[in-house]
Design a protein around this ligand. Sequence first.
Ligand code: ARG
Length: 451
Amino acid sequence: DGTVVRRDRFSGGPARSFLSSMDADVRIFDADLAVDRAHVVMLAEQGIVTDAEASEILGALDDVEAAGFEALPDGEDVHEAIESAVVSRIGRVGGKMHTARSRNDEVATCIRHRLREDLLGALDAVLALRGALADVADAETETVMPGFTHLQPAQPTTVAHWALSYEGTLARDTTRLLAAFDHANESPLGAAAFAGTTFDVDRERTAELLGFDGVVTNATDAAAGRDFLLEAVAALASVAVTCSGLAEDVVFFANRGFVDVDDDYASTSSIMPQKKNPDSMELVRGTAGDAVGAYQGLATTLKGLPRAYNRDLQRATTHAWRAADCVTEATEVAAGAVATADWPADDLEAAATEGFSTATGVADALAAAGLPFREAHEIVALAAERGADLDAVDAAAREVTGESLSDLADPEVVAAALDPVESVASRDSTGGPAPAAVRDALGDVVEGVAE
Ligand code: ARG
C-alpha cells in the first residue's frame, strides 16, 4: 500500500481533525479527479507508467468518482483520500499515480480548476444583474425621479439613469472578474513540491488536458503563489461593494415609496402585520461584509508567508470559496429584485420637485442668459428661502442685482427649468439623464455586452 508509510508515521493524534482539510475539500473532489486523470494520462504518454498501469488507475478513479466523496476513506485531505481509495481498489500499482508530483502542485491545480468554475458562476450572476439594470433603463427612460447627494434632494434624474450608473460599475467589475479568471487559468501541475522533478513530465500536456491556457512556469511560484486567489476575491469583493450600494439605494427608495420591491424579495414582520420590508436587499448590502472579510482574511493569511509551500495555505483557500458563494448568491438575488421591482412614475415625478431640486437648472438658465454663475447661484439660493417658485426667483433677482427676472433672462426658460421633466430633458450632455442621452448610453451597453 503506497501510502502506508506516511499514514503510519502521521496517524494524527489530538491534532488530526485540525490538520485535515477534508470537510472543505468536498469542493475540489471533482477537480482532483480531473487532475489525477490528466496526470496519469500524461505519465503514460511520457512512458513514466505503462498504458496498462494507467488504465488500471483510471478505472479505479472512475470507481472512486461513482462512489462519491462521502465514500472516501478518512484522510488528511481529499488528495490523500482519493489516492488511498485508488490503492485500496487496485493495490500497489495505485501508488504510481503520485509519481512526479506533490500534493503542493496538485492542490494548487485543483483550486485553480475549481475557481474557474466559481468565477464563471459569479460572472453569470453579474451579467444577469447588468441585464436586469439595462432592462430597467430601457423601460424607465422617461421616468423622472429625485436624485440625491448626501441623501438630500439634489437634482431630478431618471430611474434609467440611476440603473445605468450601476451597470457601468458592474461592467468594470466584469473585467476584474475576467482578469482574475485569466490569471487563475494557468496550470501549476508538474511543479511537484516546489522544485520540479527528475521525471520527464510534460506540463503543457496536463495543462491542455485540464483546459488551462498555459502553465505557471516557475515551480515555486506554481506551488506557493496564491495571488490569483487574492485577485479573485478582490474582484468578488468589488462586485459585493457595488451591489451593497445598489441595495442601499433600493432600501432607501422603498422607504420613500419610490420603488415597490416584489413580494418575493421582501419579508414581513412576525408581529407588525402591516410590514413589508426589503430584507433581501438588506442581506445583499450585508454580504459586502462577508466578501471584504474574506479578502482581509485571505490577505492576512498570505502576508509574509515564506517560499515555498506552507500549510497556512490550506486555510487561505476557504476564504475564496466563501466569497464566491455569498457574492454570487447576493448578485443573483439583486438581479431578481431589480428585474421584478415596480417604479411608481407619478409618485416619483411628484417627489422630484421636493427640496427645490431643480435649483441647479434654474441657476444654469440664469447663467446661460449671461449672469455670472456665482451670482445666479446666490439668486437661486435666496429663491429657495423665498418659496422656490418663479415669483421667488424674481424677488431674489431684485434683491441680489436690483433688476427683475425678466431683465436678466427669459422667464419662460426659467419656468421650464423649474419643471423636473424639462430639467431632466435639458441635461443631455454625454452621460447625462436626458432620455436621448440615456438611449445613446444604452446603445453602447448593448454593444459592449455583444463584444
Ligand atoms: N490540503 C493541503 C492544502 O489545502 C494540501 C496538502 C499539502 N500538504 C502538505 N503537507 N504539503 O493546502
